[in-house]
Design a protein. Structure first.
Lengths: 276, 240
């Protein structure tokens, strides 16, 4: 079997035809497979199996025989990026593979592109999706739940996935259309500015949630009453916040303060046996 | 076949199956965020017939693990498995024993929180086991058999499902039976302490964790202003 790239290489005198193109259906298959990008994540080469798995529909369309073996092998090298942003890289890599198959680019260009782009893409994805969008969407939904909005988790899912699925589809298409210049295209969306704003919106939601939790606590049978819940919740929140900033982890605080509460209430009960 | 199984066992099997499937979303497949505490516990609540409590519990647990981020090569505590155990144990208690009061919630949270650390160990072990899949992929590439590589993520998914569903089943069963055994024997001061934990400590700690995810100093001031405005508004409405 001769790969398309190979057939062009043996006929250099003929003007290079248009690169072999993968079909639109193949790109959809690449997109679908990218949802399982991290299913076989491993310590040594991280998401390499996921990347090769996602690329296979395109590779089998572009190559045959030894070319296919070499193409699969070059996508099994170390790869670690953000799973959502990987779609942009997948799209761009498919485009590059088309050029490699046409003999326009050396195969090393594909591996060099992936190695150069996975880090910056991961940084954008981590800071936008995990450090900004997720806390904001979750804080909004928590505020909804404490306000008795039953469908708040659906709001969380819709808000998050609107960006998530949108960027995955757009990233793959932009990557395929722009090739190596995909980063420029994604940079134009200005995710950094949205990230910045989402922190402010998340903060408002957290403040509102706190206030509603105080109100909720005040109306439950176990409440102390007399406005004490406001002081208690506020003081505990600030103490916990300071402890967390000093790198004391959440489980330590949970168990530490729980033991403290039990001891304190036990002692209080000994001296003031008002608690029945 | 399931008719011969007791209702409790049937519910436990359902929690395991739903939990194991939803847990895949956290890293292995899709990442649609249906594995977040805010979503998994209400889904269990829908199935076990107690959505309002599940929503409240989901919100509290979500706040506690708000800062847990799957960034880069780090393997953080698995908040999904912890949420499934907390939610599963509490909701099973509500369905088969009695009402889910504040001490039950507090006990479930205290018993379920360490599961996140066990979940991390499982994630690390699965990553180690998956190394064999990477070697198989190399062999498949050398042999020119893309079909073999296409099957490898399925093996990874199955491995993750078995490991995580197993932990959900074991964790939920242990937490449920401990709460069922301990709850009726709790002395009044301890009940009061658990009330305080569920009503004040967990929300306060959750809010503090959520505040650490806000990376702008001015935004924290905004959180304070929002808090004061809403508290004042609610107090005003109450007085009126």
């Amino acid at each position: 079997m001769i790969g398309r790239g190979e057939s062009l290489a043996v006929a250099p005198s003929i003007a290079l035809p248009r690169s072999p193109r993968v079909s639109r259906f193949t790109l959809v298959r690449v997109l679908w497979r990218s949802f399982f990008f991290q299913a076989a994540t491993n310590y040594q080469r991280m998401q390499n199996v996921g990347f090769a798995y996602s690329m296979i529909p395109a590779l089998t369309e572009l190559y045959r025989g030894e070319d296919l073996k070499r193409a699969m092998a070059r996508h099994l090298l170390f790869f670690n990026s953000h799973p959502y942003m990987a779609d942009a890289l997948l799209g761009a890599t498919v485009r590059l593979e088309e050029d490699v198959a046409a003999g326009k680019l050396p195969p090393e260009r594909v591996t060099a592109f992936k190695a150069a782009m996975m880090g910056p893409m991961a940084a954008i994805g981590d800071s936008f999706f995990y450090a900004s969008l997720k806390p904001f969407a979750a804080a909004l939904a928590v505020a909804g739940i404490v306000s008795d909005v039953l469908w708040a988790p659906i709001v969380f899912l819709v808000l998050y996935n609107m960006f998530h699925l949108g960027l995955r589809c757009y990233g793959l298409a932009a990557g395929y259309n722009m090739g190596e210049r995909v980063f420029e295209k994604l940079y134009q969306i200005d995710l950094v500015q949205f990230s910045d704003r989402s922190h402010y919106m998340a903060a408002i939601c957290i403040g509102v949630s706190g206030a509603l939790m105080v109100d909720h606590a005040a109306h439950l049978p176990g409440a102390f009453g007399s406005g004490l819940e406001l002081i208690l919740l506020l003081a505990l929140t600030l103490i916990c916040f300071q402890c967390l900033k000093r790198r004391i982890t959440m489980p330590w605080l949970l168990y530490g303060f729980s033991v403290l509460s039990i001891v304190l209430i036990g002692v209080l009960n000994t001296f003031f046996p008002l608690i029945e | 076949m399931l008719e011969s199984v007791s209702p409790l066992a049937r519910d436990l099997i359902a929690v395991t199956a739903i939990g194991g499937t939803l847990a895949l979303d956290r890293r292995a497949a899709f990442q649609l965020m249906v594995s977040q505490p805010l979503v998994v516990i209400p889904i269990l609540g829908l199935f076990l017939g107690n959505l309002p409590t599940a929503l409240w519990l989901g919100a509290l647990v979500q706040l506690l693990w708000m800062s847990s981020l799957l960034v880069g090569a780090s393997v953080p505590p698995n908040e999904t498995l912890s949420s499934l155990v907390i939610g599963g144990a509490a909701l099973l208690f509500g369905r088969h024993v009695g009402p889910i009061d504040l001490p039950v919630m507090a006990l479930c949270i205290l018993l379920g929180a360490p599961v996140s650390l066990l979940g991390r160990l499982i994630d690390i072990q699965v990553d180690r086991e998956n190394l064999a899949l990477a070697h198989r992929a190399d062999l498949a590439a050398a042999a020119g058999t893309p079909g073999v590589i296409s099957r490898l993520p399925l093996i990874g998914l199955f491995r993750t499902f078995v490991a995580e569903a197993g932990l959900v089943a074991a964790g939920t069963s242990i937490a449920f039976f401990v709460v069922r055994a301990v709850h009726p024997a709790l002395p009044p001061p301890l009940i009061r302490a658990l009330d305080v934990i569920a009503l004040y400590l967990v929300p306060a700690l959750g809010l503090a964790v959520a505040m650490t995810t806000v990376r702008r100093r001015r935004a924290l001031a905004l959180a304070g202003i929002a808090f004061v405005v809403v508290v004042s508004g609610l107090r005003y409405l109450e007085v009126q």
